[in-house]
Design a protein around this ligand. Structure first.
Ligand SMILES: NC(=O)c1ccc[n+]([C@@H]2O[C@H](COP(=O)([O-])OP(=O)(O)OC[C@H]3O[C@@H](n4cnc5c(N)ncnc54)[C@H](OP(=O)(O)O)[C@@H]3O)[C@@H](O)[C@H]2O)c1
Length: 466
């Protein structure tokens, strides 16, 4: 494998750059297909022999800038049901933070398991892991079994990686026995100049968005869609009161939009007055600043304080006059006790994560006596991801890109997410040489409104200027 210091690097970069030149000059799909494939490409990786580098260090001190490297890696062979996509932009997701701090486990175990599955799976089991679970870009080659996509197509990628020959994948593919998240549980992810994806991960790029605006949505937007809108999780209805933790974060920034679009009443929980202001700009009137409220749900590491759940519940109820029908959960250990407590009698806590710890405690009496439900959710099946992408394409849900880094700064970008120093999504420019490129439908962009599309970016820039 060529590495970052190898003389092959310049050759690889030149070969990949041909794709960029072709894309920027409006070359046809046939012209793009005729370009030679490089032998290697630039990618953000973690290394297997560094998986123990943070042992004994507290989580918050584990530094993605030390573990994420940008280097050249070999282009893997293409399977018949796959496509190579020249990646124009990508985004940071929390799963890249987990991979980069090797928590809760190094992701090399996932790659080794995939490696045992088949000849094609074996390609993934490598001493490096190309990370990243979001991307926008242009298809440059498709395998012989790909029917609906061709070179030149401008696309975004969703991260549900399923084996369509597995019967368990054919009701809800998120129930598939070997369902994986691309770029987390598989190799060759999106934080790179080139990626390898299954044809059933591909969706059309929203034409009115730039590459980086289009790249930041699929993972979090689809997850929030399934949690609230699709028929597999909380199934929000008009009038529902929905408490959204982290309401200006990656998941929450889409969740708030879905609640508003669906005729619900969002209550956003955030950790600063600036974020409260952003929520109000989004149209979410009810907001809780958890830092100002100084809620101490845990009195010590092992004991929760019900009086603090009650104080929080009272504050929430005071905002809209009733308790939440749905609690949109992902912080996990720190908040789950409070979430179960504050949900309305008969209400639902929908959870997809546990940022602050996955060993959860709640008082079961509050669950069963008040007939509440805890509903789990995980990413989205292709249909749900497609519907969520359609809403972005129609301009009914907006991207929440707040900041942008070049691929070389992927460590800084992941570190900001690790330390909750961001709002919405942090984008990463891969082949795109600058921001603002890739808009194919300026009329739709104008109709949707620059103000709505760039709300998170402008808010972050305003904060930076303060
Ligand atoms: N299962 C899935 O398919 C799936 C998909 C996407 C993400 N996830 C997981 O979901 C979690 C959130 O992802 P994200 O992209 O939304 O991350 P994010 O962009 O970091 O946003 C999460 C927000 O949660 C809030 N938060 C963090 N720790 C908290 C705590 N201890 N108590 C209360 N609020 C807290 C923060 O907002 P404030 O500080 O403003 O309150 C933060 O901005 C991650 O663990 C991620 O791995 C799972």
């Amino acid at each position: 494998m060529p590495d970052g210091g190898s003389p092959d690097r310049a050759v690889a970069s030149r070969a990949v750059k041909q794709f960029l030149d072709a894309i920027q000059s409006g070359a046809s799909g046939d012209d793009i297909a005729a370009l030679p494939l490089p032998e290697s490409y630039r990618a953000a990786v973690v290394l297997k022999d560094e998986a123990g580098m943070f042992e004994g260090i507290p989580s918050e001190e584990k530094d993605p800038r030390k573990s994420l490297h940008v280097q050249d890696v070999a282009v893997p062979e293409l399977a018949p049901d796959e496509a190579y996509v020249a990646v124009m932009a990508s985004a940071i997701n929390f799963n890249t933070v987990w991979t980069s701090i090797f928590e809760p486990l190094p992701t090399f175990g996932f790659l080794s398991r995939l490696g045992k599955e088949s000849r094609w799976g074996a390609r993934h089991d490598l001493p490096y892991h190309v990370v990243g679970s979001d991307a926008s870009g242009v298809i440059v080659e498709v395998g012989s079994a790909v029917r609906n996509w061709k070179p030149g197509d401008r696309v975004v990628i969703h991260c549900n990686y399923v084996d369509d020959q597995d019967p368990s994948a054919h009701d809800d593919s998120m129930l598939a026995a070997n369902q994986r998240i691309w770029g987390f549980e598989s190799n060759f992810g999106g934080l790179a100049d080139l990626t390898l994806v299954k044809a059933n991960q591909i969706m059309p790029k929203p034409a009115h968005l730039t590459w980086e605006e289009a790249a930041c949505n699929a993972l979090c937007n689809s997850t929030s869609y399934r949690m609230l809108v699709g028929h597999n999780a909380a199934r929000m209805k008009q009038g529902d009161v929905v408490l959204v933790w982290g309401a200006t974060g990656g998941l929450g920034g889409y969740a708030v939009q879905y609640v508003l679009n669906g005729g619900g009443i969002p209550i956003g929980v955030v950790s600063s007055q600036d974020k409260v202001e952003l929520l109000h700009e989004l149209g979410c009137e009810a907001a809780v600043d958890r830092r100002a409220g100084n809620y101490r749900f845990w009195s010590d590491e092992h004991t929760q304080d019900e009086s603090e759940w009650r104080r929080f519940g009272k504050d929430v109820r005071a905002l809209v006059g009733e308790d939440p029908d749905i609690v949109f959960e992902h912080p996990g250990r720190q908040t789950m006790g409070a979430s179960v407590f504050v949900a309305k009698r008969g209400g639902t806590v929908v959870t997809c994560a546990a940022t602050s710890g996955y060993m959860i405690e709640y008082d079961n009496r509050h669950l069963w006596m008040k007939l509440k439900t805890i509903k789990s959710s995980h990413f989205a099946n292709y249909k749900e991801a497609w519907e969520a992408n359609r809403l972005i394409s129609l301009g009914k849900v907006q991207p929440i890109l707040s900041a942008l880094h070049p691929l070389e700064e992927v460590g800084e970008a992941a570190d900001a997410v690790h330390h909750n120093a961001h709002e919405g999504k942090i984008g990463v420019l891969c082949l795109a040489p600058e921001e603002g490129l890739g808009v194919d439908d300026p009329e739709l962009r104008e109709k949707v409104g620059e103000e709505k599309i760039t709300r998170f970016r402008r808010h972050a820039q305003k904060l930076g200027a303060k």
